[in-house]
Structures are given as C-alpha cells and as structure tokens.
Design a binder for this molecule. Structure first.
Ligand code: KE4
Length: 428
C-alpha cells in the first residue's frame, strides 16, 4: 500500500489542524499509521489520494447507507444548490423531512432539526431537564452521545479509543449530574433511582450500542428501562443517531417495540450532510422555544442541502426490499467472517443488528463495556492494517461499528471474505 501523498498531506494538515484531523477517531491513533486521505467515493468504494481503492465498510461512520455519490443524492444536491444554499428561513423541504421522520419513528410526534448528533443529544438532555425540572441523567458506560460536556462521562467511540472517556475540561459540577450505569444491567439503573428519588430527569441510551463496538440489548432490558423511567417520572431518551433508519424503517424503537419519550437522530437523515434531530411526545416537545421555555437554536438547522439529501436517502430506503437487502448482505458478510476466524482458530465474537456490526477479537460474549474492553486491541490494530493492505476500509478502532450499504453487492461481500482470509493468513 503506497500512501506517499496521504503522508505528505497528513504532515501538512498537522501544521494547521490539531492532530491533522477534524475528528479524533480519524487520526488512526488507536491503530497507528497514516490515515489515507480520501479523494472520492462511488457506491461501495472509496479511493485515496494515492489511487488505492477500498471496499468501504465505514460508510462515514453510518450516514452513507446508500453508499457514496448515490445518483438521487447527487442530483438533488445539484438542483437545490442552484437555488441557493441557506436562507435562515423556513423552507418546504424541512416540513417534508420532519413528516418522514414522524411517519417513520412511532414515538416521534414532533421533531426539531439541528446540525449534528451532538446538538441533538445535548438538546434532548436540556429538554428532559426542562420538562421534569430535575437535573441528573443516567447514561451507560461505553455509550457515546456526542461531545456535550455532561455526556463526555465514561463515553464511548473516540473518547474510549483515545483513553479519555471523561474529557478534560468538563467541570466536576457537570460530570456529577451524570450517573453512569452498565449496559444490560438493570440493577445498576435501579440503584441510581433508589439513591436519587425524584432527582433523575432522564435515561439516555443507544438502544443498540454502536460506540463500544456493536452491543445488543438483552431480552427485556429496554422494556425494563421503559418501566423504571415511567415508574419514577423520568423520561426515556433513545439515541438513534446510528440506529435511526439503519436497523429498520422504524429504527430500533420499531424493531424492539419500545416507545421512548424523546429520540435523537442524525447521520442517515442527512444523507452525508451535517444534520441532527430530536423529537418525541408532543407534550414534551411543547417545551421547545418558541413554544415553551427550553431554548435551542441553530443558524443552519434544517439547511436545504442537508434536508434534501436526507429526504432523498429516506425515499430510497422506503423502496421495497431495501432493508431486507441490507440485512441479507450483512448476514452473508458476518457469516463469512465467523467462518474465516474459526478456520484460523482466532477468538472472535461478531455482534450484528441489521447492517451494523462489529467483529470483536474476543472469545465473547460482548454484552457491555467491560466485555468489550477485554478485546485484543493490539490484534485488532494488526488486522486493521492487514485489511487496509487488502483494500478493505474498516473502522480504525475496535470500539466502533461497521456498516453495509445498499450499494454493496454479493460480489463485494464474497471478495471481502476472501480478503479477510488473506489478511488473517498474513497475521500468522
Ligand atoms: P455527531 O455530533 O458526531 O454528528 O454525533 C454524535 C453521536 C451521537 N450519538 C451516537 C450514537 C453517535 O454514534 C454519535 C457519533 N458517532 C461517532 C462514531 N461512532 C462519530 C464519529 C466521530 O466522532 O468522528
């Protein structure tokens, strides 16, 4: 793998940008080496500035459910841009996207668009505190809800990868309002409610965790969270920034049949452009300015480009068979991965829901952060580079999710499985 142009660009980038990247996980700090600078993408493929081609399973960390440069998205962006890019005023497309979200996610009766998942989660927490007039929130170790101060406590994703799950700069007074429970451990939640009667505004959870690697909710866990929050007058927030329109047409809440009070979204609903959203019960959303006393605003919220790309993405996903295709391709891939690792005698646990998955270098089970952190991250780093050499682009961290898109083909999957076998052989 020749990366000379990426190496030169990375050196130049580090002169002007902290770590040479605009988001830490891209720095390859967890796996070492130089991050390839991507020149372009098309369908299931990306090419770096040195001309190396990769089958892409990162999908920009989730938004690219249709693959790169999907014709419907390129077309609508060109057409929208010709009419202007932002007005700071309502546009028709905002209404259409909001309607599609409300029709797609059963519990969302009203939704506010913002420009990132961080903004969505930060706003949802503020809203829950405004609605309940309480301060504490419960999150789960290993879950990541963006980089708002109070949520950077035992956080997952890059915070975990870079060993700063509780970030510098977060005042103790903020962190103390965040109670950290263990995923799939309802007793750890019950203890917090017993210790803080009438003090907990909300529970926020990734209904399928993606930021400690993919971790599934145990049977009954989400229902138990729904009950304990209801019984204690707290709100239940599903962070569906990854799972929304990823694990099914009605998100994780549709898949598991649980109606949260607030849902946060991002990624897919913007089709690769900056977007986020939070929505839920009408009475709760009635607190949001200009209707109510909870303030939240954004210059580019509901931006016509992002919203148009989101509408185009959700429209494609509504076509018959889209989710079945995502699921069957991902199933085929993970079956092949399992066989390849077993044949090599390498302990591996693969967690998958629909088209999001993680292969842990771990005998398993992986049902929470403590399990996930027991993975062989050194081995993962070697595997990552062997896969890069094979022309397969996966997450540069054990603690992330991989994604299949509707642009992936059976041939891509078969080729990937052969490349996995070659990569594992090279690690002998
Ligand atoms: P953004 O602010 O990055 O748009 O969204 C924050 C966020 C919120 N909730 C969940 C469940 C998320 O996964 C994320 C962001 N995901 C990470 C990757 N796991 C983004 C990648 C990055 O930080 O560069």
């Amino acid at each position: 793998m020749q990366l000379s142009k990426s190496e030169a660009l990375f050196a130049e980038a580090q002169k002007y940008i902290p770590g040479g990247v605009n988001s830490p996980v891209r720095s390859f700090k967890a796996v070492g080496g130089t991050p390839p600078f991507i020149a372009r993408g098309k369908g299931s493929r990306v090419w770096d500035v040195d001309g190396n081609e990769y089958i892409d399973y990162l999908g920009s960390w989730g938004p690219l459910v249709l693959g790169h440069a999907h014709p419907a998205i390129v077309e609508v962006l060109k057409k929208t841009a010709e009419g202007g890019t932002s007005f700071g005023a309502p546009v028709e497309q905002e209404v259409e996207l909001a309607k599609m979200i409300c029709e797609g996610l059963p519990s969302v009766e009203s939704v506010r668009l913002v420009s990132s998942g961080t903004e969505a989660c930060m706003s949802a927490i503020r809203l829950a505190r405004a609605f309940t007039n309480r301060d504490k929130i419960i999150k789960f170790a290993g879950c990541y809800h963006g980089h708002a101060d109070g949520l950077l406590v035992k956080a997952g994703s890059g915070a975990l990868t870079h060993g700063i799950p509780t970030s510098a700069g977060v005042p103790e007074s903020y962190a103390s309002e965040t109670l950290v429970a263990d995923y799939n451990d309802i007793e750890s939640v019950e203890r917090f409610f017993e210790a803080n009667p009438g003090g907990i505004a909300a529970i926020i959870i990734e209904p399928v965790a993606g930021n400690m690697g993919v971790v599934l909710p145990r049977e009954g866990f989400l229902a138990a969270l729904r009950k304990i929050s209801q019984d204690n007058g707290a709100l239940l927030i599903f962070d569906e920034v990854i799972t929304g329109f990823r694990v099914g047409p009605n998100g994780a809440q549709g898949l598991y049949g649980i109606a949260p009070d607030i849902t946060t979204m991002g990624k897919i609903i913007g089709g690769g452009l900056p977007v986020g959203a939070y929505g839920g019960r009408k009475d709760v959303m009635g607190m949001v300015a200009p209707l109510g006393a909870m303030y939240q605003a954004g210059t580019l919220s509901g931006n016509p480009l992002a919203v148009s790309a989101g509408i185009a993405t959700l429209t494609e996903l509504q076509k018959p068979g889209a989710f079945e295709r995502l699921d069957s391709l991902a199933q085929r891939l993970t079956d092949g991965l399992t066989k390849a690792f077993q044949a090599m005698g390498i302990p591996c646990t693969i967690n998958r829901v629909g088209s999001m998955f993680t292969g842990f270098f771990n005998p398993g089970p992986v049902e929470g952060l403590a399990n996930a952190e027991g993975s062989d991250t050194e081995m993962y780093g070697r595997y990552f580079h062997a896969m890069q050499e094979q022309g397969v682009y996966i997450a540069p961290s054990q603690f992330e999710a991989g994604f299949v898109s509707t642009a992936h083909t059976e041939a891509d999957i078969n080729a990937t499985i052969a490349k996995v076998e070659a990569a594992l052989n090279s690690l002998r």
